[in-house]
Write a protein that binds this ligand. Structure first.
Ligand code: CS2
Length: 488
């Protein structure tokens, strides 16, 4: 079978037919999410107006996708899949791909180039090298320290700061840095971390950079949403079936996609308003709605599902006790902490979430959503939990989410799906678990270790509730713990 390349891409699958123009965008984090979300919205915008919006995609360390994309003339298929239909589109918006671990100088050059107008990021929560407890740049992180000392940077924040320094010293052209990660106030946070990095530099290096940051660099906030599982042979087969071509790096995605952005671009942007993007002055209600109702509930479903023996999110959502726990988490614990965006109705949104989670064709795995909980939960649990606790109410389902995370992480042998979870904090949590005198002691040690911020680290009643639920999960399983959280 012929390979997917520029010359074999069928016109019917190609997402845009206009000129890409110069590479106005450098994207850090060439993962599946970027390739199925931002690339697709940008291709749609390019259908409306020509570039300069070709994208240079930068992989952080793995060269696999970049190498195959090069072999395929930077083409790949996005397989939009639901039980009703499967469609393959080819966004074709990349003009080059780089691998930061192998080509750090080329990455710095691309970020510092005058023609770069926007730098977009999907580097996941842990890529921001900040402390989930303080939300400040983690100055104890050895890579951050090395980047501050000079030489070619290894962290994303270091790379951004060093590239901005070079821009200041050369052309000083304005640029936008656009975070597309699931973090509260993702633009504000990125801007603050870059400033903290700049502030930690020697005085002689610091001043010009800080004033360039003030005058010429913007960090809009944004909310991104599309469920994008890992690639498997099923999706390679779907491209072969639909296009009659061999694509080694297709990206699966649900049909749904949403991107809400603040319109604060220092040096222009693609006509994304024609590419399905919503612009607003106030992204926060969208961000919090999505981070809590979708991502927070996703975590609960993933941990309860993995503990209950489910490989897939759709399988977990189909179990009535897990679905009920998810519904309660949304309605009782999350909704009261939200101001829903004016154009979104809670009932419609939550019903739509259930439909999306129940997409059985998608193959989204509990292990994918459940991995990296130590970085993800900090965005999804502490703030809403604290809001309830401050007004004297126990958020039982947030406690259940934390309990399920702790149980899944410290008893990986429970099912093959808990065994498959990957988390940078797992080892430390297991050590605490082994040393503790009982569940309450363990939960308190885990939370005092900074897992979920300062407020929950001090809240004894919350910790006791989490410990009770861990005990029920351990002794009686997921259905009993879901019932216990409900009865409260
Ligand atoms: C998920 C997200 O893995 C996770 O933590 O909750 O990746 C989720 O699928 C996306 O944010 C959907 O937009």
């Amino acid at each position: 079978m012929q390979r997917l390349t520029a010359s074999t891409t069928p016109a019917s699958a190609l997402q845009h037919h206009r000129a890409l123009g110069a590479p106005g965008i450098v994207h850090l984090g060439l993962g599946n999410f970027h390739r199925a979300h931002q690339a697709v919205h940008t291709a749609r915008a390019l259908e409306h107006a020509d570039g300069p919006w070709a994208i240079i995609g930068v992989a952080h360390s793995s060269a696999t996708v970049a190498e195959v994309m090069r072999e395929q003339d930077l083409r790949y298929g996005v397989v939009e899949i639901s039980p009703e239909r499967t469609e393959v589109v080819v966004p074709a918006v990349h003009s080059d791909v780089l691998v930061a671990a192998q080509q750090p100088q080329a990455v710095l050059d691309a970020l510092a180039a005058q023609e770069t107008r926007i730098v977009t990021l999907t580097i996941t929560e842990k890529g921001y090298t900040y402390s989930p407890r303080t939300k400040n740049l983690d100055l104890d992180n050895p890579d951050v320290r090395t980047d501050l000392a000079g030489g070619l940077p290894r962290t994303t924040i270091g790379r951004l700061a060093r590239a901005l320094q070079r821009r200041t010293a050369t052309h000083a052209a304005p640029v936008t840095i656009l975070s597309c990660d699931n973090l509260t106030g993702n633009g504000d946070l990125t801007g603050r971390l870059v400033r903290e990095f700049a502030a930690a530099l020697p005085a002689a290096e610091r001043e010009d950079l800080l004033s360039y940051l003030d005058t010429s660099v913007s960090f809009p906030n944004g909310m991104v949403d599309r469920i994008v599982p890992a690639t498997t042979d099923t999706y390679r087969a779907a491209v072969a079936d639909r296009l009659g071509l061999r694509d080694e790096v297709p990206v699966p995605a649900e049909p749904f996609s949403m991107w809400v952005l603040e319109d604060r671009f220092a040096a222009g942007r693609p006509a994304w308003e024609h590419g399905g993007v919503t612009f607003t002055d106030d992204v926060e209600p969208y961000e919090l709605m999505k981070l809590r109702l979708l991502n927070g509930t996703h975590s609960l479903i993933a941990y309860l599902g993995a503990l209950d023996g489910c490989d897939l999110i759709a399988e977990a959502t189909a179990r009535p006790h897990i679905a009920e726990a998810a519904r309660q988490l949304m309605r009782s614990d999350y909704l009261p902490t939200l101001t829903m965006p004016a154009d979104v109705d809670f009932h419609d949104y939550s019903a739509q979430l259930f439909t999306r989670w129940s997409n059985t064709s998608l193959g989204h795995r509990t292990r994918q959503v459940g991995s990296d909980g130590s970085n993800k939960l900090a965005q999804r649990v502490p703030e809403p939990a604290a809001m309830h606790l401050q007004s004297g109410r126990m958020p039982h389902h947030l406690a259940l989410c934390v309990a399920a995370y702790l149980r899944a992480t410290t008893a990986p042998g429970t099912t093959p799906h808990t065994a498959a979870l990957v988390d940078p904090a797992a080892e430390a949590l297991r050590a605490k678990h082994a040393e503790s005198t009982g569940t309450a002691d363990f939960v308190s040690a885990a939370l005092r270790g900074g897992l979920l911020g300062d407020e929950l680290a001090e809240h004894q009643q919350f910790q006791e509730r989490v410990a009770e639920l861990v005990d029920v999960l351990t002794a009686h399983g997921v259905a009993a713990a879901s019932q216990e959280a409900l009865q409260a």
